[in-house]
Design a protein around this ligand. Structure first.
Ligand code: NAP
Length: 412
């Protein structure tokens, strides 16, 4: 009876996970998808608590209390800008747990498990450890604790090659699936496979957005710092600056404005202030849209999440393919803390680490206003020739601060 109930819980939970993933495939249904997936997880946890192998709930209760004590403050207090590194950190905890379970299973049963199961444990522990250390490195990079450009070393490609076969489609999902096989737990096999395959599909989509092959991502050294420091592009004239009043004048008299957000908007948490500028412009009859690059920011969907949080209507968001053809007809583009995703070097400069990545072609608009603090490089570590263009005006300063001042200047 208990066993049947457990299987029923797992079945409903698996259905809810699939429906949740389906919902997450579109911003309009993402919130519902998230709720369904959470419900699926709740059923999976309740079902697991009915497992006949459990003879004592004390350790489980202690783990639950400890996880809640750490997880709730993380969810409440970690700012939106730190969500990518927080996600990487959570990812690493999951992988560590999977590795430890594998080790403990081997410790408990040893060779009595048989060669197949020991092999699966080996895969689980290896993938789990790779995911744990890889996610920690990612969190450190995103937090700025580890330098942002790739760490390369002699024999790196050989090392990568030696782990390629295990690595390609794996990540945490496969670790979970391996653990499911080992513990004969069907829901873990299902969730692990869903996680592994959707993670892989996401990687393929990200590679496509960057116009890079999987092999290039695995073996390339993306973001290698160029020889010349940013702001010193050879043969370029000095940048042109614009005052707040001039920027407000340009925007207030435009017919169409496109905001292009990037990582800097996330850093300064300027999304609400950007929407306020947009609201004032719309009040003046200006057509306002947002151009979203798939890899803007530091995590997939980063800009969509921030703009949704600021209640920007979904209809105003245009992805790169939709907006690029509109730029020649656009009066003013306001680049808010974006850099690599608007860098024309991606189209022209062979040898540039971003060469071949499709970009938002903002340089085709009549005027481009770039809001950032300096001429400093972005993630790829390279200079941006957009800043030196004839139609480009630099509005230096923190994005949030600039947007507040811009709203005030527009209202004057
Ligand atoms: P970016 O190229 O990293 O540039 C961000 C710019 O924001 C910087 O040049 C910085 O210039 C500016 N900035 C920082 N703080 C600011 C503030 N408080 N106010 C105003 N500006 C500020 O960003 P991006 O154009 O969004 O491109 C994303 C990059 O990250 C791409 O290379 C992408 O491949 C990579 N990436 C993306 C993901 C993903 O999943 N989305 C994951 C990993 C890596 P200043 O210092 O001069 O202000």
């Amino acid at each position: 009876m208990r066993r049947d109930l457990l299987q029923l819980f797992y079945l409903f939970s698996a259905i809810l996970f699939v429906m949740g993933l389906r919902g997450l495939s579109h911003p309009r249904t993402a919130r519902r998808g998230m709720v369904l997936a959470e419900l699926g997880m709740l059923l999976a946890i309740i079902g697991s608590l009915l497992h006949h192998d459990i003879i004592d709930y004390r350790w489980i209760a202690a783990g639950l209390a400890l996880g809640t004590a750490i997880g709730v403050p993380m969810a409440i207090w970690i700012p939106m800008t730190a969500v990518p590194q927080r996600t990487a950190l959570s990812h690493s905890f999951g992988a560590l747990a999977a590795s430890l379970i594998g080790i403990s299973e081997y410790y408990r049963h040893g060779a009595a498990l048989g060669s197949v199961r020991v092999g699966v444990i080996g895969i689980e522990v290896m993938l789990g450890s790779l995911t744990f250390t890889g996610s920690l490195m990612a969190a450190g990079k995103l937090q700025g604790m580890i330098r942002g450009y790739p760490i390369t070393y002699r024999g790196q490609n050989f090392f990568n090659l030696s782990i390629l076969v295990a690595l390609l489609n794996s990540y945490a999902g496969l670790t979970d699936a391996a653990m499911g096989f080992m513990l004969d737990n069907k829901i873990q096999i299902i969730t692990g496979s869903l996680d592994g395959s959707s993670g892989f599909i996401l990687s393929v989509l990200m590679c496509r957005a960057m116009n890079r092959s999987m092999t290039n991502v695995l073996f390339g050294a993306f973001g290698k710092v160029q020889d010349k420091p940013a702001g010193e592009l050879e043969g370029k004239k000095p940048v042109r600056q614009v005052s707040m009043e001039e920027a407000a004048e340009l925007l207030g008299t435009a017919r169409s404005v496109v905001f292009v957000p990037g990582y800097g908007m996330a850093v300064s948490q300027a999304q609400h202030r950007v929407r306020e500028v947009a609201d004032v412009l719309k009040g003046k009859g200006v057509q306002v849209r947002y151009g979203i690059h798939a890899v803007a920011g530091r995590m997939p969907g980063h800009m969509n999440v921030l703009l949704a949080e600021a209640n920007v209507p979904y209809e105003e968001l245009y992805d790169m393919d939709q907006i690029n053809s509109q730029f020649p007809e656009t009066d003013v583009v306001v680049v808010v803390g974006a850099n690599d995703v608007v860098n024309p070097a991606a189209k022209r400069m062979r040898g540039s680490p971003i060469y071949g990545m499709p970009i938002l072609e903002v340089e085709k608009a009549r005027v481009v206003i770039v809001c950032k603090r300096s001429l400093a490089a972005g993630f790829a570590g390279i200079d941006n020739e957009l800043y030196y263009g004839d139609k480009t005006l630099m509005l230096f300063g923190d994005a949030k601060d600039t947007m507040i001042k811009l709203t005030a200047a527009l209202k004057e």
